[in-house]
Ligand binder design. Structure first.
Ligand code: PGA
Ligand code: ZN
Length: 401
């Protein structure tokens, strides 16, 4: 019943209009479909999304090796993922492409779940997988995701109420209230949206954070639960020749650490992602020592969902939270091992979308299955809402409402 009978590979478009891969997996009575997202501010140590010749070369390479998988049991996820590594033969999926590997890996899990008539989160997480990650959504930003935005890539709203539905609605409302404020502030400008549908406005970083915090306060008074501001610096994207280069200043590493500390204190920032360059484990450790007791310090580009990179972080005390992006590492099994290692060492986990997305809903299920504390997947826009709306459905199922 769970044997893989057919595999179909196609190209579709992502939210930036770029080509990406979608894979269908059929068993006798089950079906799984997954699609790959695409990063723009990617970490240097991520697996390669596609081989050097691009998506077509990766698809050709995979299609020539489909016989490895036909007839395999879709419930044997670890074996399937091991063969993905075997057929690729490189440490970073540079022959097959990590995006093709991860898409197939997820499609197999979905086909197995479907064959067993289980939702993906329950198939992977078991009957006790009932905690839904708190949604953290980008509302204002810049960096590599927009032209003329802030230097800090993402300013986000983290809604921490008990109801997922209310949390999702509250984050979207922060986005709307902020939009109104921006239109008032810049009556003669048309304010745009970045890749993740966060607002983009010609503001200095501190001014922008202040506006986000004001918007959060306004929405919080209506909802009556905690809503907190968060930042993703994506600092590697503006680290040049040993300096953090903002629109209005250049900071040394020590100054950057102090700046982050000041922002956290002044604006009550709850989550800080990639505040330092992706190679700076010591800087991360220093910041964690200073403010890690009260703030989630998240490693994205520094860890790239990679167990070995996380091991270095654990040893050095760098960060206390890891961002989990399945396509940074290439298979479900690798991703799961990284999450286990994080949890065993007291790190929190935030599962995440990429800036280029499809309507695939896998990360909503993975976040619940593996007990991630947070999910970062925007606040509005079809490809972001696909995941957020799926979380609302999962909550309904879990709570039996
Ligand atoms: P991405 O970045 O553009 O690589 O998806 C998102 C992030 O830095 O979290
Ligand atoms: Zn990031």
């Amino acid at each position: 019943m769970t044997l893989i009978e057919d595999i179909i590979v196609r190209k579709i478009l992502d939210s930036r209009g770029n080509q990406t891969v979608e894979i269908d997996v059929y068993t006798l009575n089950g079906f799984g479909r997954a699609a790959a997202p695409a990063g723009k501010s990617t970490g240097k140590h991520e697996v390669k999304a596609y081989p050097r010749g691009g998506i077509d070369e990766g698809i050709k390479y995979f299609k020539e090796r489909l016989d490895h998988f036909i007839g395999m049991d879709a419930t044997q996820q670890e074996d399937v993922d091991a063969i993905l590594h075997e057929i690729d033969k490189t440490p970073d999926f540079s022959m097959l492409g990590g995006n093709i590997a991860v898409t197939f890996s997820l499609a197999v899990a979905k086909a197995a779940a479907s064959s067993l008539a289980l939702p993906l989160y329950q198939y992977l997480g078991g009957i006790y997988a009932k905690e839904i990650p708190k949604p953290v959504g980008n509302v204002l930003g810049g960096g590599k995701h927009a032209i003329n935005g802030t230097t800090i890539q993402e300013m986000l709203s983290a809604s921490l109420g008990d109801s997922t539905k209310d949390n999702v609605f509250a984050n979207a409302e922060v986005h709307r209230v902020l939009g109104d404020k921006l239109k008032k502030r810049f009556p003669d400008l048309s304010i745009g949206l970045g890749d993740e549908k966060a607002w983009v406005a010609p503001l200095r970083d501190e001014e922008a954070i202040a506006l986000v915090v004001d918007s959060i306060e306004e929405v919080k008074s209506k909802y009556g639960f905690e809503i907190m501001p968060a930042l993703d610096f994506a600092a590697s994207s503006f680290y040049e020749n040993g300096k953090y280069v903002y629109h209005d200043k250049e900071l040394s590493t020590e100054e950057q650490i102090e700046f982050v500390e000041e922002l956290v204190k002044e604006y009550g920032i709850y989550i800080v992602e990639d505040p330092l360059d992706e190679e700076d484990f010591d800087g991360f450790a220093e910041l964690t020592k200073r403010i890690g007791d009260s703030v989630y310090i998240v490693g994205d580009d520094i860890f790239v969902t990679n167990k070995k990179r996380l091991e270095i972080g654990i040893e050095k005390g760098a960060a206390n939270t890891i961002l989990i992006k399945p396509n940074q590492i290439g298979t479900l099994t690798d991703m799961h091992e990284t999450i286990r290692l994080a949890k065993d060492n007291g790190y929190a986990c935030m599962i995440s979308h990429r800036s280029g997305e499809t309507c695939d809903t896998s990360i909503a299920h993975l976040g619940v299955a593996f007990g991630c504390e947070f999910i970062k997947t925007g606040t509005i826009g079809g490809e972001r809402l696909a995941k957020l709306n799926e979380l609302i459905r999962i909550e309904e199922e879990i709570k039996g409402e």
